[in-house]
Design a binder for this molecule. Structure first.
Ligand SMILES: NC(=O)C1=CN([C@@H]2O[C@H](COP(=O)(O)OP(=O)(O)OC[C@H]3O[C@@H](n4cnc5c(N)ncnc54)[C@H](O)[C@@H]3O)[C@@H](O)[C@H]2O)C=CC1
Ligand SMILES: NCC(=O)COP(=O)(O)O
Length: 345
């Protein structure tokens, strides 16, 4: 150890080992200077990560570290905190070691933030179905992180998924549920609570003065006066009125098909969308490599790349680390001094 001051690193999870998480973590470390990345540690089996580096032909030295040794190690090697769980999954082929390794990394990352040993959590993609088959009872990271917040920070908030990019920010009000279940899951309370959290975090974390929220309708033409569905008038419109009554600059319900063109995007800071694909199709079309998944509402910062495990290209050298690198930069930006554990608790 040198005498340098302790710099809280970002805690990066491995994600699904058979996916591209290991590939893009290695590449992010290689590009750390040109991409202006803050120090991060990777929560993983170092033997597995070294094997992936070898397979990809990447000259990335690894340093097995304790979290507080990250800042010293980062300049010369990718710091890896060994979780003590050997991984045997091959690229594109998850196995029985996948789910325990993916979950242990998430648990440890949040514990490190709670203990003040990491500044923020950055997650690599998990394969939801692999975790479901192993008994994981949450739709994804977003909801699981809220549960961990309850355990470690004493409050289980409503977690809100936001996909953010310099071009567009979108929030799916309902997330990982079947499309057929969306109308029943939507409620005025859910839209209002989501809007309040988005407005609060856009001020508190992103530094906006008075965020403008565009609230999309559920149905074509936002219901066409009720002829194309009643949800917009009966659920979404009262939610917009309640948000406006709170002093939040909210407009809607707006027809979703004209919400994402160049001119429309200039009129708001975030679009609240009623279901997953209404939100994620536009942002992944406009900003696939720049967009970052941010969980709002948590007592700590969590970001993630916008994409999934990409099993089809894992271990091939074709994975692009841009979205992960954007997630690392955004996590460092959002995790200001207020996110010391004492302030977050
Ligand atoms: N945050 C998370 O944990 C997320 C996890 N997933 C999971 O990922 C799995 C696969 O999902 P898909 O819908 O197939 O989406 P995907 O994003 O994994 O892949 C879609 C297509 O984009 C390509 N792609 C994705 N990321 C890339 C990158 N960084 N560089 C180059 N090409 C890239 C893939 O090769 C594939 O052709 C699912 O099991 C899903 O649950 C999906 C999204 C987010
Ligand atoms: N489609 C976005 C996604 O799957 C991210 O989910 P999460 O694991 O961040 O909750």
């Amino acid at each position: 150890m040198s005498g340098r001051p302790f710099v809280q690193p970002l805690a990066l999870t491995l994600g699904e080992p058979a996916g591209i998480g290991p590939d893009i973590a290695l590449l992010a470390w290689l590009y750390r200077h040109t991409a202006r990345l803050p120090p991060f540690l990777l929560l993983a089996d170092p033997v597995f990560v070294a094997e992936r580096a070898r397979r990809l032909g990447l000259a990335v030295p690894l340093a097995t570290v304790a979290p507080n040794e990250t800042a010293d190690a980062f300049a010369r090697a990718l710091p890896v905190v060994d979780l003590g769980l050997p991984i045997t999954a091959a690229p594109g082929r998850p196995d029985a070691t996948s789910a325990p390794a993916a979950l242990a990394a998430i648990d440890r990352a949040v514990a490190l933030v709670a203990a003040g040993e990491a500044a923020a959590v950055v997650t690599n993609p998990i394969a939801k179905h692999v975790l479901y088959e192993a008994g994981f009872a949450h739709p994804g990271h977003t909801e699981y992180l809220a549960e961990l917040s309850g355990r470690l920070f004493g409050a289980a908030p409503l977690p809100v998924m936001m996909l953010w990019s310099p071009t567009l920010a979108v929030v799916p009000v309902t997330v990982h549920i079947p499309l057929a279940a969306v109308p029943a899951r939507l409620s005025t309370d859910l839209v209002v609570e989501t809007g309040r959290i988005v407005a609060r975090d856009l001020v508190g974390r992103f530094g906006l003065d008075r965020p403008r929220l565009a609230i999309a309708g559920l149905n074509p033409h936002a219901g066409e006066g009720g002829a194309l569905g009643r949800e917009d008038a009966e659920i979404v419109a009262p939610a917009v009125a309640a948000l406006a009554a709170d002093g939040i600059a909210a407009r809607g319900p707006l027809p979703a098909d004209t919400l994402f063109h160049d001119g429309a995007r200039k009129t708001y800071d975030a679009a609240l969308c009623m279901y997953h694909d209404q939100a994620l199709i536009p942002i992944k079309t406009l900003a696939f490599h720049d967009a970052v998944n941010v969980t709002l509402g948590l007592p700590f910062v969590r970001t993630s790349p916008d994409h999934g495990t990409a099993f089809d290209i894992a271990g091939s050298g074709r994975a692009d680390p841009s979205s992960l690198m954007a997630a690392l930069r955004l996590a460092a930006r959002l995790a200001g001094p207020r996110d010391t554990p004492a302030a977050a608790a």
